[in-house]
Ligand binder design. Structure first.
Ligand SMILES: [Zn+2]
Length: 286
């Protein structure tokens, strides 16, 4: 099961507990959508006879190096995917960047990002003694997404309608996995260190300054009323039926990721805006 990156989790934890700039809120929405489409891509790969690593982040002495969205290990290959969920047409500026039509913002070209990730992965597997050949692709996972002005020689970029055909073809040609592949899989998994939260886009915050609220574990909307004796409630934001215990659990996880320490019951009670008694928190979380 794919997990949200630490950066995304922190942005969710801060949103509605402090005022985020419009730009940061837009990014939060964009990252969350990216995450949802990454989960979609994971499902597409779920039925092959291969090992899937959903997200591999490499760091060097705590410094972020590169994050790879999806790796698929077969008997003789590593398929490396850079997943992009652009929700609108993108223009290839032919200078190593792409540009959004809507707001004109420029971003690194996904093919360049892919080449960088490919190079880093090659160095890594050489160092680990993983004897597999890397094949890499950019996947545009959003149905509306395509890149205009893309050079005709760009072969390793797939739009959403090509993805299922691509996977079927890979399944047909994949060499069966062996105990050796499993060993490679474990070696690579052990390299995963998510340091995305050290990204400079996280604003400064302090415990005192943050609003003490609880949120829906499905949509991250603020929940103002918690019934005293019920185990489930309907989220007023998304309409999902959510377990009260999961609301408390999310509040604790938010605290953990923001302050890097486990809250005491007293602190957690306060952090939840007094929505749960300490006794109830203790029962739900122990
Ligand atoms: Zn909700």
């Amino acid at each position: 099961m794919r997990k949200r990156s630490n950066l995304l989790r922190m942005l969710h934890a801060l949103n509605d507990r402090m005022i985020l700039t419009n730009r940061l809120r837009w990014r939060l929405g964009h990252f969350e959508m990216g995450y949802q489409y990454e989960c979609w891509a994971d499902e597409q790969f779920a039925h092959g006879n291969w090992f899937v690593i959903n997200s591999l982040s490499l760091s060097n002495e705590g410094e972020f190096v590169v994050q790879m969205d999806l790796l698929v290990l077969t008997g003789d290959k590593i398929l490396l995917y850079e997943l992009k969920a652009y929700s609108q047409p993108i223009n290839d500026c032919r200078d190593g960047t792409i540009q959004y039509e809507e707001n004109g913002e420029k971003y690194p070209h996904p093919i360049n990002q892919l080449e960088n990730a490919h190079r880093r992965l090659q160095n890594l597997i050489d160092a680990l003694g993983v004897d597999l050949e890397i094949e890499s692709y950019v996947m545009l996972t959003h149905p509306e997404s395509y890149i205009m002005n893309l050079p005709s020689w760009t072969k390793n970029l797939l739009i959403q309608s090509q993805i299922s055909g691509h996977i079927l073809e890979q399944m047909r040609n994949a060499k069966p996995v062996t105990a050796q592949t499993k060993h490679y899989y474990a070696l690579l998994k052990a390299q995963d260190h998510d340091t995305s939260e050290y990204n400079s886009m996280i604003p400064e915050y302090s415990y005192d300054q943050l609003r003490k609220v609880v949120k829906c574990p499905q949509c991250f909307g603020v929940i103002w009323e918690i019934p005293k004796f019920k185990k489930y409630l309907m989220c007023p934001c998304c309409g999902e039926n959510v377990a009260v215990r999961d609301i408390a659990r999310l509040a604790m996880e938010d605290y953990l990721i923001l302050f890097k320490e486990k809250p005491t019951m007293h602190k957690l009670h306060e952090w939840c805006g007094g929505k749960f008694s300490k006794h109830r928190l203790y029962q739900m979380l122990s």
